[in-house]
Design a protein around this ligand. Structure first.
Ligand code: X90
Length: 275
């Protein structure tokens, strides 16, 4: 099949080995600095810069043109965006798809609204790669991937919601919970693709709390993808806990890319899993 898999950079993936894949960058703007979330961005440098920066910082989703470029001239395009509940990325991708299809109605373009961020987007993209490799046709791939989306979830633990609150992505009352010293806010991606608080935990308890919530949400040993921002130790600890209950589970860890690092902030953990 002549195809292209496209995902915005909130999916924490810059390269997908063995697939035709393009990551479309979001941008982080802080005063005179602009961090484009592509292969060249220095995530650690950005996080360090932001720690000392007290001015206004915001983000921008990809433009319609950037999505059109990413679609290229592939006959079949599968595109995954960050939740439309928090970003204009889905809207831009949808508009790009409409323009392409208006001009070239024989092409096929599907935009998946992940209703999520980070590692749950990654799971969907990995699924798309597997479905494409298995030789299914476009409609079948879209229908199986859509069904798969309903079986995956996103949990997160955040030490600071400063950037989320400052950019109007959560009410400031919610952000204050995590503002207390040592308290992490535990939450999940809601069905509408927004941030839903479900609990709080002290630092040391975060991995066990997350696993408890995962199990409640139906986790039974499937794939897990974890993105962390400067918190490898906590991610490793969660992985070890998962493996002690489910020794056959496939658990992969990665540092969050720029967009998710900006919003999850240092000490943040995002967990995508099959349930
Ligand atoms: O369009 C833009 O400028 C991007 C806005 C993105 C806002 C939210 C990013 C969230 C990243 C933080 C915790 C996970 C929350 C997921 C809820 C669905 C990760």
């Amino acid at each position: 099949m002549d195809y292209q898999i496209v995902m915005d950079s909130a999916g924490d993936l810059k390269e997908l080995v063995g697939a035709k894949f393009t990551s479309v960058p979001l941008k982080i703007l802080a005063g005179d600095m602009e961090f484009v979330d592509d292969q060249t961005v220095d995530v650690a440098g950005m996080v360090a810069y932001l720690k000392n920066y007290t001015g206004k910082a915001a983000t921008a989703c990809p433009s319609v043109g950037e999505y059109m470029d990413a679609f290229g001239d592939a006959e079949n395009v599968f595109c995954v965006t960050i939740t439309s509940g928090l970003s204009g990325s889905y809207g831009a991708a949808r508009a790009a798809a409409d323009l392409v299809l208006e001009k070239e109605p024989e092409r096929r373009v599907h935009i998946f609204d992940s209703l999520s961020a980070g590692p749950e987007m990654l799971l969907l993209t990995e699924k798309l790669q597997a479905l494409v490799s298995s030789g299914l046709d476009f409609d079948e791939i879209v229908s199986q991937a859509t069904a798969y989306q309903k079986q995956t979830h996103l949990l997160f633990s955040l030490e600071s919601l400063h950037n989320l609150a400052n950019n109007g992505r959560v009410p400031s009352a919610v952000a204050k919970v995590a503002g207390l010293l040592g308290i992490h806010l535990i939450g999940k991606a809601s069905d509408e693709g927004t941030l839903q608080p479900i609990g709080k935990a002290r630092g040391k308890k975060v991995p066990s709390e997350l696993l408890k919530h995962m199990t409640c949400m139906g986790y039974a040993g499937g794939k897990v993808r974890i993105s962390h921002c400067e918190d490898l130790a906590e991610a490793e600890e969660l992985k070890a806990l998962i493996l002690s209950d489910f020794p056959a589970a496939e658990v992969k860890l990665a540092h969050a890319e720029a967009l998710c690092s900006f919003y999850a902030e240092s000490g943040g953990l995002l967990v995508g899993f099959e349930g």
